[in-house]
Design a protein around this ligand. Structure first.
Ligand SMILES: [Zn+2]
Ligand SMILES: [Zn+2]
Length: 370
């Protein structure tokens, strides 16, 4: 079939000039509309979206907008997806029509000062891809070249789409001085918090999971948390006491904040042990401020750090993990438990907000509902 094509920029099927997409108009205002199917240049590929996950960032965007990803409205959004290549630019040799791929949502430039010192997540010219709540997505040159991967064999689209989250968690964990025997407290039980638990477990640490939703805390336990604590309506003094009790009076060696709320950042600095490390992994609303006790920082020698996003190296590591059948079954299938149609995106966000599901796989032509 491919041989019949005169050149690579032709497509496998006749692509419609218009496609369905969910557009962001403003907080809590998204609309299912027809837009033009993207055109590609010689260095780009067009991917038919098979599955796109309602990542926590998208839920935040739906509720309050996004200062970096959404500059003007209406805007296409959605970024954690997998699909099939349906059109290939003339100068693209890495991919062909029909390939099943995961285009990750960004690429560093490899040229700026930060990239030259291998701090790729700080890249000054990072290229972002946004717009996967649609039938088709155009993948820009930089991401085609540096951060698009073929889906490992026997991996369903909705499982493959989680690659980006896995990569950020690999990055976050690698920077957290995790060592066998330490106690790690993970705050938050969204997909990122849960992946932190599953991955930390593989490092032989003791895990305390803090969250506010009973069913997600049960899942946290299933994925490897040794102790779970529901912190809903609990004072930070009580949480400090509880985490001390679970660690022989010392507090956890490492605390990873995977929520993105200033009060939870502050809580993290209160519960960590003396000489411990706090990883502020959940980004807060722009302009947020936190108060940290300087006594704790100085006399208790805390290490506090922010870790953002992923880098191509962690995407590759995540891809290896993604291809493990056991990891797919024991972890990933438990995190993405529901499939819905693109037109039902709003309902999906509301379900996720209520805590009833961790995340939803949105499939433009969803036939089999989970
Ligand atoms: Zn994401
Ligand atoms: Zn750069």
């Amino acid at each position: 079939m491919v041989q019949e094509l005169k050149n690579q920029s032709e497509s496998l099927i006749d692509l419609p000039t218009d496609m369905n997409a969910m557009l962001f108009y403003g907080p809590e205002d998204i609309r299912y509309e027809k837009v033009k199917t993207p055109e590609i240049n010689d260095y780009e590929i067009l991917v038919k979206v098979e599955s796109v996950l309602t990542c926590g960032t998208d839920l935040k965007t739906y509720l309050r907008g996004h200062p970096v990803l959404i500059k003007e409205t209406p805007a296409l959004f959605g970024h954690q997806f997998s699909g099939i290549v349906v059109k290939v630019g003339k100068n693209v040799s890495k991919f062909k029509i029909g390939d099943k791929v995961i285009p990750v949502n960004s690429s560093p430039c490899f040229k700026c000062l930060y990239c030259k010192s291998e701090k790729y997540s700080l890249c000054e010219n990072i290229f972002f891809l946004n717009g996967a709540y649609a039938d088709y997505v155009k993948v820009p040159k930089e991401i085609v070249e540096n951060n698009t991967h073929k889906i490992p064999e026997n991996t369903p689209f909705e499982i493959a789409a989680i690659l980006e989250s896995l990569a950020v968690v690999k990055h976050g964990l690698d920077r957290s001085e995790i060592e066998k025997g330490k106690t790690v407290c993970i705050i938050g039980t969204g997909s990122i918090g849960l992946l932190f638990i599953a991955l930390a477990k593989r490092e032989g640490v003791k895990i305390i999971s803090l969250g506010r939703n009973e069913s997600k805390l049960r899942l946290a336990k299933e994925l490897g948390a040794d102790h779970v604590v529901n912190i809903r309506d609990t004072s930070s003094e009580n949480i400090m006491q509880k985490t001390k009790d679970l660690t022989g009076g010392f507090g956890p060696d490492v605390v990873i904040e995977a929520v993105g709320i200033p009060e939870i950042w502050e809580l993290a600095t209160k519960i960590v042990s003396r000489g411990g490390l706090v990883n502020f992994f959940g980004g807060c609303k722009k302009g947020s401020k936190v108060e940290i006790d300087t006594f704790r920082l100085h006399y208790d020698e805390l290490k506090v750090l922010g870790v953002f996003h992923h880098t191509p190296k962690y995407v590759k590591k995540a891809l290896e993990l993604l291809s493990e059948k056991q990891f797919q079954d024991n972890v990933l299938r438990k995190i993405t438990t529901k499939k819905m149609k693109l037109s039902e995106l709003k309902e999906a966000f509301l379900l996720q907000k209520s805590g009833e599901v961790v995340q939803v796989a949105i499939e433009p032509d969803c036939k089999e509902r989970l």
